[in-house]
Design a binder for this molecule. Structure first.
Ligand code: PHE
Length: 346
């Protein structure tokens, strides 16, 4: 058996060395090492050997197999190199021709900005929360201190989902803001709390250059002990300065939202003229940015948090508008258009 193995080894190695193409090499492999290959069959015969012969011949057979494998690999490499060299010296093959260009996609500008927002707030210890785009009237309105008959409901034109009614949750709506995640997050995580909620929101509105029926917002909420609007000013100044990569100032004006008390509107110093006054900021030096305020005690209570122990603030800004500000986009409809001529600029 040993000599048979030796002969076979010599024959296989000789054939491998003289293989001219990768196909030939493949055929040799099948012929000897395939399921019905000569070597395979011979190795199967090892089990019929006597107890003394088995370990000796077995060890030898193993060496044979290793030798053959090595020779195979070596020859395959040589053939591969030859192929390449042939291809490069072939007159039909012009190595100076530009190759096939692979087009890389990229994130939509809206989500490039969203990533920046998430990164900066993340660095300040805020968790990023995802929410439902369809939610109940309770979470979208009632829990936020906006009862059914409250005139503030008119501030946000709402898409209602037909045929779904629940005694407590009332109708289902396409959320008009990301604020339903305020009470949902308080219920889920309790206090203290530091979250942002980026997401799509929906309003039943006619569209024009600055209004769309679908747009993106980012909600923010911070709840802890001894919290004031000074913290909001600090966080927003830091956030906007990091986002735009230059010092940005913010200012508060009074504003009204039923879920905050006091409520404010936050403006930022005009990015184009650095607050000197220009056409874009209508010569005021400021741009409107977002609504915010100290969370109303009713809202804290709705979230199961005791307003005598904890205070907090919340804000909501338009990610769509922020993206438009950052890239100087003058028509909101472009952002949702899927128009590649527009999108490929980012
Ligand atoms: N949800 C409000 C809006 O969409 C913004 C806001 C959020 C205001 C949080 C105050 C606090 O207009």
């Amino acid at each position: 058996m040993k000599s048979l193995l030796e002969q076979l080894r010599a024959r296989i190695i000789q054939e491998i060395e003289s293989a001219k193409t990768q196909d030939e090499l493949k055929n040799i492999e099948i012929k000897y090492l395939g399921r019905n290959g000569e070597l395979t069959i011979m190795l199967k015969g090892l089990k019929d050997l006597s107890a003394e012969e088995k370990p000796v011949i077995g060890k030898f057979a193993n060496e044979v197999k290793i030798d053959i494998d090595k020779t195979f690999k070596g020859r395959a490499e040589v053939l591969e190199e030859e192929n390449l060299a042939k291809a490069c010296s072939n007159d039909d093959f012009d190595t100076t021709m530009p190759g096939t260009k692979f087009k890389m996609g990229h994130l939509h500008p809206l989500f490039q900005v969203q990533r920046d927002v998430e990164r900066i707030f993340g660095q300040m210890g805020f968790a990023v929360i995802d929410g439902l785009e369809m939610d109940s009237e309770y979470y979208n309105f009632e829990s936020l201190n906006i009862p059914e008959t409250h005139p503030a409901r008119d501030m946000q034109d709402t898409f209602f989902i037909k045929d779904k009614y629940h005694d407590f949750h009332k109708r289902m709506v396409m959320r008009t803001h990301t604020s339903p995640l305020q009470v949902r997050s308080m219920e889920k995580y309790g206090a203290p709390l530091r979250i942002i909620v980026p997401g799509r929101v929906f309003r039943y509105e006619a569209t024009d250059a600055s209004h769309d029926a679908t747009f993106n917002q980012v909600e923010g909420m911070l709840i802890d002990k001894n919290i004031s609007l000074a913290h909001l000013k600090g966080v927003m100044t830091e956030f906007l300065t990091r986002l735009f990569g230059k010092p940005v100032k913010v200012r508060f004006r009074p504003g009204y939202f039923p879920f905050v008390e006091p409520g404010i509107e936050l403006d930022l110093s005009c990015l184009l003229c650095d607050a000197k006054g220009c056409r874009v900021c209508k010569h005021t030096g400021w741009m409107e940015f977002m609504g915010a305020g100290m969370t109303h005690p009713n809202v804290l209570r709705a979230g199961g948090i005791d307003p005598n122990i904890y205070q907090g603030w919340a804000f909501g800004f338009g990610l769509t508008r922020l993206t438009m500000m950052k890239y100087n986009i003058d028509d909101i409809r472009l952002l949702m258009s899927g128009n590649l001529k527009f999108l490929n600029q980012f």
